[in-house]
Structures are given as C-alpha cells and as structure tokens.
Design a protein around this ligand. Structure first.
Ligand code: M6R
Length: 613
C-alpha cells in the first residue's frame, strides 16, 4: 500500500524522507517521489520503481530544503509510471500533495476543475486534490494567516472516499498541512523537528513521541508548532503517546529477511502477548477491558471477523471459545461479513482481529456491527491504530512491529491472546471449566520454549524446501485444528513462493480434490490430534497410493516406515496445536521462496496493510 513521509525541521529534509520511505518499502509499492521547497518554488522528483532509484537520481543532491513530503505509491488509478507517482502538483505548481486512499468522486471533481480552467497530467484520482486546493486558495479574497489551512479544509470537504494527505505550498514555504479520513497518519515530534508518516516505523529512527491523528483531523505543522483542527476547523487539543517500539525492533538485525526474523521472534512475541495476564492461582487479568458477567450472560453469539491470516487465527480459536464459554461462534471474512447482512444485535459480540488495525474491510465490518447495536472488541498489534479507536474494547497482542508482508508472529500471538480471552470469558461467567482452563494456562506458558525447539531444528525443513521448490501445486491437509493450520500454511506458501497451493479437510479429499493427486504431487499433512491419528494417516496413505509425495508435521506416533518424511513437533494441548504446527510450515514457505530467489519480504502484488477495499 502507499506510504507517506514528511519532515519539517532544521536538517536537510531529503535524506530523512528517503530513509523513511525505505522503512516503508515493506508495505509494497511500485513508484516513489519527493517534493521540497527550493528557493520559494516546489521541486519534485519521482519515478516508477524502487526508492533506491529515487535516492540515486542525479537531482536528489540539489535538494537542500529543510521541509518536504514524500511517498511510495501502490497503483490503484492508473498504471505505475512516473506521471502517476506522487507527489502531485496542481497545474499552476503552487501546491504539492501526497495521498494515501481513494477519492471516489474524483471524476466529478476533475470535470468541475477542467471547466474552471485546470488541466491534468496523470491518470490518478489524487491529482484533483492539489488542483482543488489551488482553486479554493485562488478564489479566497482574504490574505490572512489561515488562507492555506482554509483552502485545504474546503478541498477536503469536497472529497468522498478515504485519504491521508500531506500538502506543501509555495505560499507558506515553512508549513506542511496534513489531514486524514479512513487512512492512517501520525506526526512525530522531537524538539524543533516534526515528522509525518502513514506508519510509525518510518520515523522511529528520530522519535517515539507520536500524535496519532483521528478521522477528520487537520493539522498545520511548522518547525516549532503544531495546530490541530477538527473537521469543522475548530482548534482542538491533542496528546501525544510514547510508543514503546524502538528503532531496532523494526530493523532486520542479523537476519536476511524480516520474515525470518519475525518467525524467530515468536517465542518472545508469545511471551509478551501473555504478559501478566496469567496470574498464578488467580483468574486471568483482563482489567483493561472490564467485561461484566451480566453483559456476557446475555451474549447469544460471537462473530470473529478478520481477513487473511488474522481470519485464520479466528478459525483456530472458534472451538476454544465454544468449549470454554458455551457460546456459538461464527468466523467471517470481513469483506463478506460487511455485505452479507449478518444477524447482529445487542446480544451478539463482534471480535475483529487485525494486526495492522488498518484493514479497510475489517474496520468497515466493525463499524457496521456497532451501528447495529453490537459491542465490539478489536484485537490489534498496533497501538492507536484505526480499528482500536472504533472498537468498544481493545486488546493488543504486543508482538512488536511486524514488517514482512507475510504475517507470522502476529498469527501465533493472536491465537495466544484469543485463547486467553476465551479463558477470561469462562472465568467471568463462572463456568465449571477449571480443569481445562488450568491445563490451557500451563500449556500456554510452555509454548515459547516448545517453539524454540522447532526453531532450532530447521535442517529437515530446508531439505524439504529444496525438494519441492520446483512444484506447481501443493496441497495441505488436516482435520479440525490441523485443518485450520493447513489453511494458514497454504496461504503462507502461495503468497511468498507463488506456488499454487490449497488446503483441504483430510476427510473431504475423497469428495473431489483427490482427482488432482497424481504421480509426484506434494501433499503436506498435519496430525496433532491423537483421536484422529488413524483417520488422518489413512487419508495420507490414499494420496501416497496415487503417487503423491508427503511430508507430515506431527506430534503423534506416526508409522515411520509408511511415511518417508515426518517432522516432529513437541506435544501440546490440541487446542493450542496450530501455534506450534504452523512454525515449520512458515519456515518451509520461507525456504521455498528463498530457494526460488524471490523477494520474500516484498511479494508481488501484495501490501502489508490493505487500507482500501
Ligand atoms: O493487518 P491485518 O491483520 O488486518 O491484515 C489482514 C491480512 O491482510 C493479512 O493477514 C494478509 O493476509 C497477510 N499478507 C498474510 O500473510
């Protein structure tokens, strides 16, 4: 997705902007650009391709200004090209704008502006914004200090859709104005320096003192001042937050890729997620949300709503919630949930999971549910993210920044936190579940050391990755929660290795998918449930007898003679098994992609957070 970085201070802006854009590369993009004010005029450099090319462009050294805005673009309206890259200037070159989001009524606005004498040089929706600002600036007969702010405010009132924008003006060369609606934006401060970013890691090298903007906020930023306005252009107060992530936590460290680093961070991330919630001989500590027994007793259904990996975490915890709370649970894909008119009222509880907290579909689903009278809980990894400001209650995973597009530590942390939440609900409801609750608590505490055992045993996975990296189709199968983990394993493999893969419930194979099994097709089975061991191994025998090669991830006693490749993981409570069984499969996806020489952290066509529909 697109990224925004801005700076106003006393240092040369361009290296700070480029450094910030490099930190946002993980979000996925196809072009990059920068605008500063040099000798009273806006100077803009942009290109299709990587930030490195922007950094190496011959004109970059000519930028000496201490103010600037910059952007990485992920094409929505118009192909990746230098003309479509941001920043965009109005046709009179008075204003420059970088924009994340989508302007839905841009055609109408463009026609209006063309009739008013404006011309356009890109295919983007964004280009209407600087031209609208110029239009309102030019028709304002006042010449007071608020003229720039007024013009931006009038322009955004005309916009339909989503936006985070940063605007430079040659009329006020020491000011940047920013505004947001349905797209994230933060401002960092460090004495007389101000930093703007769509994502906190872009500016963590300089400050962790951050203002998180709300929808409707508009801010006038100079080296020494921040003036906050609400959507009616009334001045408002805002408090900054100290973000505990440090710059190092968003670096690759000694790892070749962020994904590998984040896979290895899972023991720590899970420990941090558990934090102080498990208290010896006491109920779990969820004093941060304070959900009452009388409220929970009235809940007739829980919906868990999310996208991608976060949705897969929901699938893993559905049986845990049902077992511990006796409340039926449905797991929905957010983009479907928001349009399918689910039965929602004050007796339903919606739990939305989003690592980034910025996924447009998940936020929309949460807002719909709220509007229909349901209470909402957001599970997120990003402090102050949009979803956390919409939800009635928020719980953070505390997994640390997840930079790789392929989500890993967020998934295992989400399952951990949701399991704790299910335990908490059972404890609030005073249900007679002490035995299973005690066992889950003990086993959760053991997960970090068990995960480390897997992380120290990667040679077999690397070997298997070499064997399968030239495949075109790979199947993952399992039953129950092993199927839930298979879904996630399949997503992981396809998104970074570009190998087509699918996941099936083992018992479903005979109902169709087995038609695809032929000589040398790879089938990966997960078996962690003792009750289903025989049935699951029979299903694998069936594919072997049709020529398939198999890998089994298991903590059960699987017959070594019958199955050539078995990867053993530590024993764990069946409810928690996906937290461990996914780790070798995350590693497998990683090593297959690496074997194929692919850009693991920046898979094609994908973005870290999907902030548009
Ligand atoms: O930030 P979110 O958890 O809301 O993101 C949801 C999905 O976009 C995300 O999990 C996606 O599927 C990942 N690329 C999976 O690795």
């Amino acid at each position: 997705m697109c990224g925004i970085v801005g700076y106003v201070g006393k240092k040369k802006a361009s290296p700070i902007l480029i450094n910030g854009l490099l930190k946002l590369e993980y979000r996925g993009y196809d072009s990059a650009g920068i605008a500063t004010i040099e000798n009273g005029n806006i100077f803009c450099i942009k290109n299709k391709g990587r930030v490195k090319e922007l950094q190496n462009s011959k004109d970059i050294d000519k930028l000496n200004s201490t103010i600037g805005i910059s952007h990485t673009r992920w094409a929505t309206h118009g192909k990746p090209s230098s003309a479509n890259a941001h920043p965009h200037l109005d046709c009179h070159k008075n204003f420059a704008v970088v924009h994340n989001g989508i302007i839905e009524n841009y055609i109408e606005l463009k026609n209006f502006l063309i009739n008013a004498g404006y011309s356009f040089s890109s295919e983007t929706d964004t280009e209407v914004i600087p031209n609208l600002i110029d239009y309102y600036y030019s028709i304002d007969k006042e010449s007071g200090p608020d003229k720039f702010v007024n013009a931006v405010h009038k322009a955004i009132l005309d916009l339909k859709g989503s936006y985070a924008i940063a605007v430079l003006s040659k009329y006020e060369p020491d000011t940047i104005i920013v505004a947001r609606k349905d797209s994230p934006l933060v401002i960092g401060i460090n004495n007389d320096e101000k930093f703007i970013a769509s994502d906190i890691p872009a500016i963590l090298d300089y400050t962790n003192n951050i203002f998180i903007l709300d929808d409707g906020d508009l801010v006038k930023i100079t080296q020494n001042n921040l003036t906050f306005y609400n959507k009616n252009l009334e001045k408002i107060d805002k408090k900054s937050k100290i973000i505990t992530w440090d710059a190092k936590s968003s670096d690759k460290g000694n790892f070749e890729h962020y994904m590998l680093k984040e896979i290895y961070e899972q023991p720590t991330a899970i420990r941090e997620t558990i934090g102080t919630r498990i208290v010896p001989n006491k109920k779990c500590d969820f004093s941060d949300i304070n959900i009452s027994k009388s409220y929970l007793s009235e809940i007739s259904r829980i919906y868990i709503v999310a996208c991608g990996t976060a949705m897969h975490a929901g699938v893993c915890v559905k049986p845990i919630f049902e077992k511990l709370t006796n409340i039926p649970v449905e797991v929905d894909i957010a983009s479907e949930f928001r349009y399918r008119e689910p039965l929602i009222d004050s007796h339903t509880l919606i739990i939305c999971i989003s690592q980034s907290g910025e996924t447009a579909d998940t936020i929309a689903a949460l807002k719909n549910a709220k509007a229909n009278g349901s209470k909402t809980i957001a599970i997120s990894n990003v402090i102050g993210s949009s979803i956390t400001r919409e939800a009635d209650y928020t719980l953070y995973t505390h997994a640390g920044p997840e930079i790789a597009v392929a989500s890993t530590k967020a998934y295992t942390s989400q399952i951990t936190l949701l399991t704790l939440l299910a335990i908490h609900f059972a404890e609030v409801l005073d249900l007679p579940k002490t035995e299973i609750i005690d066992s889950l608590k003990n086993e959760l505490l053991e997960i970090p050391s068990k995960a480390n055992i897997i992380l120290e045993n990667v040679d077999a996975i690397k070997d298997f990755a070499k064997k399968i990296c030239k495949e075109t189709d790979i199947f993952f199968i399992g039953r129950g929660l092993d199927y839930a983990a298979a879904m996630e394993a399949s997503l992981k493999l396809k998104e970074i290795s570009y190998i087509h893969s699918d996941s099936y419930q083992s018992g479903e194979l005979k109902h169709g998918p087995i038609a695809l099994i032929e000589e040398d097709v790879t089938v990966i089975g997960i078996i962690t449930d003792r009750r289903l061991l025989d049935k699951s191994t029979s299903n694998l025998q069936e594919v072997i007898s049709r020529g398939a090669k198999t890998l089994i991830i298991t903590n059960q006693d699987v017959d070594k003679k019958a199955f050539p490749y078995i990867y053993n993981i530590p024993k764990i409570h069946p409810f928690l098994s996906p937290i461990l069984s996914i780790i070798p499969l995350q590693l497998l996806a990683y090593y297959v992609a690496k074997e194929k020489g692919l850009d693991v952290d920046k898979p094609r066509n994908l973005a870290k957070s999907v902030t548009v529909e």
